[in-house]
Design a protein around this ligand. Structure first.
Ligand code: PGA
Length: 256
């Protein structure tokens, strides 16, 4: 399979930003600015409390709505958590799992990332699985080992037939929210390596069909050269996704 036949996905990760009323405006604006752009799938991953406003505003448009986390149990005494079934019933299609901020600040491990991924896939959600090395690991020359380990641990036990609902987002932690973007060559090198690991875990066909995004200070100025790389099939965008005009320009860059 060629790059052109893989699904390109441009996803915004709003993180802890925007209230429901702000969401209504931003989703509508994003939908307006990206309408008719069929060269990629457009996703906005919003805070839990914004999901209702977001799905309402996205109705009938090309914008799909995602959440930013999901718990691995179906129900029970897990104060503050949200289940996959709850997300599905609210009209959520995608969910981010394993974002580095969850790993850094909320004790997420590859084990819990794996459990959350499995629960989300079992419920029929599409998962944007985030992984990537921290600066010390890159400087120590162990990016390949770290990212390959995360890929294997996070995908453990996920059957081949569910891989069509998995997107991997390679996000070097040192590039997130820092303005330090990986070079297109660095992004390509790691995305290609992830694809190789997935080919080993599953089949070359599954790996070829997998959408692998780059994330970390992607913006309207650098998106085109990152997205031009053979193994970079989209982006997971934080800061720049909060401004519909900027986000729409990234979607434009994915049309080529
Ligand atoms: P950033 O965030 O684009 O603000 O660097 C990316 C992310 O955390 O997904």
């Amino acid at each position: 399979m060629k790059k052109e036949s893989r699904k390109v996905i441009i996803a915004g990760n709003w993180k802890m930003n925007k209230t429901p009323s702000e969401t209504k405006v931003a989703v509508a604006e994003t939908a307006k600015l990206t309408s008719g752009k069929c060269g990629c799938e457009v996703v906005l991953c919003v805070p839990f409390v914004d999901i209702a406003a977001a799905t309402e505003a996205a109705k009938g448009t090309n914008v799909k709505i995602g959440a930013q986390n999901v718990h691995f149990k179906a129900s029970g005494a897990y104060t503050g958590e949200i289940s996959a079934a709850m997300l599905c019933e609210c009209g959520v299609e995608y969910v981010i799992v394993g974002h580095s901020e969850r790993r850094q600040y909320f004790g997420e491990t590859d084990e819990t990332v794996n459990l959350r991924t499995r629960a989300a896939l079992d419920a029929g959600l599409k998962v944007i699985l985030c992984l990537g090395e921290v600066l010390e690991q890159r400087q120590a020359g162990i990016t390949e080992e770290i990212v390959s380990m995360q890929t294997k641990l996070d995908l453990a036990g996920i059957p081949a037939e569910q891989m069509k609902n998995v997107v991997i987002a390679y996000e070097p932690v040192w590039a997130i929210g820092t303005g330090l973007t990986a070079t297109p060559e660095q992004a390509e090198e790691v995305c290609a390596m992830i694809r190789k690991v997935v080919a080993g875990l599953y089949t070359p066909e599954i790996a070829e069909a997998l959408t692998i995004q780059y994330g970390g200070s992607m913006n309207d100025g650098n998106a085109a050269e990152l997205l031009a790389k053979l193994d970079v099939d989209g982006g997971l965008i934080g800061g720049a996704s909060l401004v519909p005009e900027k986000f729409a320009k990234i979607v434009d860059a994915a049309q080529a």
